[in-house]
Write a protein that binds this ligand. Structure first.
Ligand code: C2E
Ligand code: CA
Ligand code: CA
Ligand code: CA
Length: 256
């Protein structure tokens, strides 16, 4: 794979090469689309495919992530506001520790939502436990301000961290997203199945929404339904889509 360097990200930011795809989240109760996760894509002039797993960590190390997240937030809100995505749907954006080390993002989010007359409930932020722990107290106070304003907060990749219980009790999470690795293994052994079932119960008993990620097969879907999970995301439902395709998809699903 070609090596990407910081200066290419700088250039990409200047030229607006970073865009968002939206992966639908489906209700396992009503089968309707209840939201989407926004995922960054790099539309490069040389058409080279550089996945977010490569450019995000690089942007995080160089603190270009702050600028990237602000650009993506702007795109997300434009998509959401321009398409009347009000009615009960929420869209999540992935954020890093660096994004929340001061109050810039918090202020920008609250200001932009008000400016576009959007309810705070249309937006959810996804944060991994690793990022939460890296960000520490300052990040926590920014996240608390957002949570108080009604913005959702999802713990991403749930189940692969270490002090999850402590983080879950101290941070104002409203959702946990079961890691796709765990979801992928849950049908391989009774132990994995028990871990998933008890994570779903724990989440619900804490008053949180539980979203299963990386759902690829009908068997996984059925197991999640039986286990009481209410929201799923994964290739079985849909791959991440450009916003206009997501918009068509969610309307069509509602009709079947
Ligand atoms: P993530 O937040 O855990 O996102 C889920 C990843 O799983 C996405 O990969 C998604 O395309 C992929 N995926 C979804 N459904 C399935 C499935 O059924 N099976 C399998 N095998 N994979 C599935 P993607 O888009 O390549 O993103 C990779 C990671 O890069 C994300 O993991 C996230 O940590 C990071 N990332 C992506 N976009 C952003 C962003 O805008 N900001 C930040 N800070 N990080 C981002
Ligand atoms: Ca995520
Ligand atoms: Ca995840
Ligand atoms: Ca991940």
């Amino acid at each position: 794979m070609a090596t990407v360097i910081e200066s290419e990200i700088v250039q990409g930011l200047r030229n607006g090469e970073f865009i968002l795809y939206y992966q639908p989240k489906a209700s396992l109760v009503t089968n309707r689309i209840v939201g989407a996760e926004a995922l960054a894509r790099w539309r490069r002039p040389d058409a080279l495919e550089v996945p977010p797993g490569v450019f995000i960590p690089l942007a995080e190390r160089s603190s270009l992530i702050r600028q990237l997240t602000l650009q993506l937030l702007d795109r997300l809100l434009e998509d959401v506001a321009g398409n009347g995505l009000g009615q009960g749907l929420s869209v999540s954006l992935n954020v890093s520790a660096r994004d929340l080390e001061d109050a810039t993002l918090t202020r920008t989010i609250l200001h932009a939502l008000a400016h576009r007359r959007l309810a705070t409930t249309v937006l959810e932020l996804e944060i991994t436990e690793t990022q939460a722990l890296q960000g520490g107290e300052r990040m926590l106070s920014n996240v608390q301000a957002l949570a108080e304003a009604g913005i959702g907060l999802a713990m991403d990749d749930y189940g692969i961290g270490y002090s999850t219980m402590d983080t879950l009790s101290q941070w104002p999470f409203t959702t946990i997203k079961l890691d796709q690795g765990i979801v992928g293994r849950m049908l391989n052994s009774p132990k994995n199945a028990t871990i998933v079932r008890s994570s779903i119960r724990l989440g619900h008993e804490l008053g949180l929404s539980v979203v299963a990620e990386g759902v690829e097969s009908p068997e996984q879907h059925d197991f999640l339904v039986e286990s009481g999970c209410r929201v799923a995301q994964g290739y079985l439902i849909s791959r991440p889509l450009p916003f206009n395709e997501f918009d068509v998809f969610r309307h069509n699903i509602g009709k079947c």
